[in-house]
Design a protein around this ligand. Structure first.
Ligand code: UDP
Ligand code: MN
Length: 273
């Protein structure tokens, strides 16, 4: 590989990793992350939640941020969290902002490697789309297409370079992100796409190694796990949409993230040997 195309200087410490979570998942989803991929980036991962928890604050060395946003799945409150995540990134001075949900597993070394292909001093919006068509905004009542844009689905995770994040500052910083969400009445990840693609005129770059539970996780071959950046899981009724990975019993590890972690990092203490 041509060295000039790479930015090998980027290390884990150049990345601000935010994880959106909530009190509803503090005893289910959060402990899985704390046991697995959080251990590989303790200094770089910050959790954005809506509650106080002394034990978690200790376990993360103070990396739980109480956003004071309401604990609900409503657009306004999710946008509130994203807004706080973005503002914290700006304050961090880091080169990359990567957002994930608390039902993501992040392959930390792979994330670092992936960002090395891009220059943080240029404008980059990296992620994966949820559907195969852009969001289309129509004029009422004539139904004339006004504009369309792509967005990276938040449930797969996405990254934004510092250069781009700084350009968004006048429209998105200091809570202004929430006003945009409210104005266009779209979810946080869609609003991010609106700001970047429509207002900033910068295109999303597709990085197919990000994965959300909108995909069928079992379709990912085990031989490819090392190359993937993120994974997810979901439970709909009695059906689990999970990564097909050998390891712990499904009763002990229904999300499969403990098994996935041991598949990738078998040296961890809790992994069988
Ligand atoms: N979430 C939240 N508050 C809530 C519910 C969910 O902040 O009341 C967060 C949750 O922690 C996760 C993201 O929003 O990071 C997506 O939630 P979930 O996976 O439950 O729903 P999805 O949108 O994927 O169906
Ligand atoms: Mn989810």
């Amino acid at each position: 590989i041509d060295d000039s195309l790479q930015n090998k200087n980027i290390t884990l410490d150049d990345i601000f990793i935010s994880v959106k979570t909530t009190k509803h998942y503090q005893y289910t989803r959060l402990p899985i992350i704390l046991k697995t991929w959080f251990q590989l980036a303790k200094e770089q991962i910050w959790f954005f939640t809506d509650t106080e928890n002394r034990q978690h604050q200790n376990q993360t060395n103070g990396h739980m941020v109480n956003t004071n946003c309401s604990a609900s799945h409503q657009r306004k409150h999710l946008c509130c969290k994203m807004s706080v995540e973005y503002d914290h990134f700006l304050d961090s001075g880091k080169k990359w902002f990567c957002h994930f949900d608390d039902d993501n597993y992040v392959n930390v070394p792979r994330l670092v490697e992936a960002l090395q292909k891009y220059n943080h001093q240029e404008d980059w919006y990296l992620g994966r789309t949820s559907v195969n068509e852009p969001v289309q905004i129509y004029k009422k009542p004539t139904n004339e297409l006004m504009f369309s844009f792509w967005f990276a689905t938040g449930g797969a995770g996405f990254c934004i370079s510092r250069s781009l994040a700084l350009k968004m500052l006048p429209v998105a910083s200091g809570g202004r992100f929430i006003s945009i969400c409210e104005k266009i009445r779209l979810p946080d990840d869609v609003s991010m796409g609106f700001i970047i693609e429509h207002l900033m005129k910068k295109n999303l770059t597709l990085v197919p190694e990000f994965h959300s539970h909108l995909e069928q996780m079992k379709l990912l071959p085990a031989e490819s796990f090392r190359e993937q950046i993120s994974f997810s899981y979901a439970k709909a009724k009695d059906e689990w949409n999970v990564v097909d990975v050998p390891g712990f019993d499904t009763r002990y590890d229904p999300s499969r993230f403990l098994s996935l972690h041991c598949f990738l990092f078998p040296q961890f203490k809790f992994c069988p040997r």
